[in-house]
Design a binder for this molecule. Structure first.
Ligand code: ATP
Length: 235
């Protein structure tokens, strides 16, 4: 299989709002694709449809050969998705939430415990395992979300603003984590930060008003950045 992610003509209309106006692309193993764009550009909506969490108005998304709408279970087995915002189930503890996700993923007993411990270690959650998620800082909530997405070591990761709310040191750690995983996975991240694209992405797409304005390596996009500077921030 060549492409781990295939997106064909995705469209999403919310009533009169055309949030996504026909986006197509593929992502191969070893690629980290960055979605860059201003608020309301259509990044999250595209990611939700790619991950099978939102039905498109038209088009389809295929993850590891499985259509996310027609074969949702097969597709989701191969996929880790980090939605924007805080994890669901805010009154669960970190440990309870990750154990629950492990069960949902079909792991039991020692294997479930090993998966939870590994994910918690990777995201440095040791100090907050027995705290309810709603009492955690924004950065820790983000890391719990990332641990959830990585728990089953999926081949495809779709991460909506993975470093949002993290302090500079944590941002660096999460970028290193993504970079380290990239070789044997296909990854999409969204970000407002051009530096993040430089640090972890092999390719980037500038999205605005529900369409792709530019697609290229970070270097190519940087060269064209005078035009796009308005939609990026550094830092
Ligand atoms: P941000 O960087 O702020 O997360 P984004 O690029 O992810 O922005 P989206 O969240 O995909 O943008 O939103 C694209 C457009 O679709 C916006 O105009 C938004 O208001 C609209 N939209 C998104 N979700 C809904 C919804 N559930 N109902 C109505 N409109 C929506």
């Amino acid at each position: 299989m060549t492409h781990l992610i295939e997106i064909h003509g995705l469209v999403k209309n919310f009533g009169p709002i055309e949030a996504v106006k026909g986006i197509s692309f593929t992502v191969d193993r070893g690629e980290v694709l960055g979605f860059l764009g201003p608020n309301g550009a259509g990044k999250s909506t595209t990611m939700k449809m790619a991950a099978g969490f939102l039905a498109p108005s038209a088009g389809r998304a295929i993850i590891c050969g499985h259509d996310v709408e027609k074969e949702p279970l097969a597709a989701k087995r191969k996929l880790g998705y980090l939605p924007e915002g805080a994890p669901a189930y805010p009154d669960m503890t970190t440990a309870g939430f990750l154990s629950f996700i492990a069960q949902v993923r079909g792991y039991r007993g020692a294997e479930a415990r090993r998966r939870v411990a590994e994910a918690a270690e990777r995201l440095e959650l040791g100090g907050v395992m027995y705290q309810p998620i709603e009492t955690l800082s924004k950065g820790f909530k983000r890391r719990v979300g990332l641990a959830q997405a990585l728990l089953h070591d999926p081949e495809v990761l779709i991460l909506d603003e993975p470093t949002d709310g993290l302090d500079p040191n944590q941002k660096h750690q999460v970028r290193e984590l993504i970079h380290g995983m990239a070789r044997d996975k296909a990854i999409i991240i969204s970000t407002h930060i051009l530096e993040e694209v430089d640090a972890v992405c092999t390719r980037a797409m500038v999205i605005a008003h529900g369409t792709v304005l530019a697609d290229g390596t970070p270097g190519e996009l940087e060269a064209r950045s005078r035009y796009h500077n308005a939609v990026f921030v550094r830092g």
